[in-house]
Design a protein around this ligand. Structure first.
Ligand code: PLP
Length: 305
């Protein structure tokens, strides 16, 4: 069942491009949690699913964009653990379905497409009530899956890590994942979040709130690095693509172009500019997201090898 404890391996990155700066770089392979619910989305769903089951819900409803890793993960979790799933998708239906939604549909998820304007109502109780009239009762998981139970799940990411690290780095969307790691380590080590969105500074407040909702505490040993969004969510350039392809060739580790590729590009930069100091140990969390690559490649021309 989903209550099992998962521990994923940590591997060291060896790369001539950064070796001479003397920073020890390690990556925690959260992308290996499960072939379908890869990475942080598995961690974020775990306690939500346990709670939903305990409360007797048979349906889970959530929100996301058409390429969302979260939508994909919820659909698969529903299939695997026997929940009905409903995805409220931002924007118009396009057929044939893109690879993300095609998978989600084959896992049994039903979709409701809503306009970008309506999508902004996703927290409005009247809007949620209308959805209940339409679909019957459901357990609601917010966009990106971030709530206090998700934070709880993400505290477990670093549970099995016993090696001494100076820094922990993680890509951020809604911030639930890094919130869990900050809370889980109780003020130890420095945590750096890399927002995938432009002007990601707003996330500081969201992350602090997610932590507080979970354990009523606040911490000061973390910050955001907001410079590596490459123009915004799902924007890219060939420098990023080449970095991802080279990284895979060298280390046999696939990065995704939305989150982990941008973060690691940034970390290489921060090593080269000695933001991370010689002799320091940096642990990077590979949060997965690999399902998105086939959709990205289809849209933009098979850039990622
Ligand atoms: C969703 C996602 C993130 C962001 O997680 P948050 O908890 O929303 O910050 C990071 N990396 C990948 C690969 C993701 O799919």
């Amino acid at each position: 069942m989903f209550s099992e404890t998962i521990s994923t391996p940590i591997v060291q990155i060896h790369d001539d491009a950064i070796e001479k700066y003397g920073v020890d770089l390690y990556i925690k392979r959260e992308d290996l949690t499960d072939p379908y619910i890869s990475g942080n989305k598995f961690r974020k769903l775990k306690y939500n699913l346990i709670h939903a089951r305990k409360k007797g819900f048979d349906t889970i409803l959530t929100f996301g964009g058409a390429y969302s890793n979260h939508i994909h993960a919820v659909a698969y979790a529903g299939f695997k653990y026997n929940f009905k799933t409903i995805g409220i998708i931002r924007g118009e239906e396009t057929l044939p379905l893109n690879p993300t939604l095609d998978d989600a549909s084959s896992f049994g998820m039903d979709f409701l497409y809503i306009s970008r304007t309506d999508y902004r109502n996703k927290h409005n109780p009247i809007f949620i009530n209308n959805l209940k009239e339409k679909f019957g009762d459901f357990y609601l998981i917010p966009e990106g899956g971030s709530n206090a139970l998700a934070v709880k799940g993400c505290t477990e990411i670093l549970d099995s890590v016993t090696q001494p690290f100076d820094h922990v780095c993680c890509a951020c969307g809604t911030g639930g994942t890094i919130a869990g790691m900050i809370a889980g380590l109780e003020g130890l080590k420095k945590k750096w979040g890399f927002p995938a969105l432009k002007n990601g500074g707003f996330l500081k407040k969201d992350i602090a709130k997610l932590i507080f909702d979970y354990n009523s505490k606040s911490y000061s040993n973390w910050d955001l690095v907001t410079d590596y969004h490459f123009g915004g969510y799902a924007k890219y350039n060939m420098q990023l693509i080449n970095f991802i392809n080279r990284f895979k060739e060298l280390n046999d580790i696939q990065l995704d172009p939305i989150y982990t590729g941008k973060m690691l590009f940034g970390i290489y930069d921060l090593i080269k500019t000695e933001f991370f100091k010689p002799g320091e140990k940096v642990l990077v969390i590979h949060t997965g997201g690999l399902q998105g690559i086939s959709g990205f490649n289809k849209r933009f021309g098979y850039l990622i090898r």
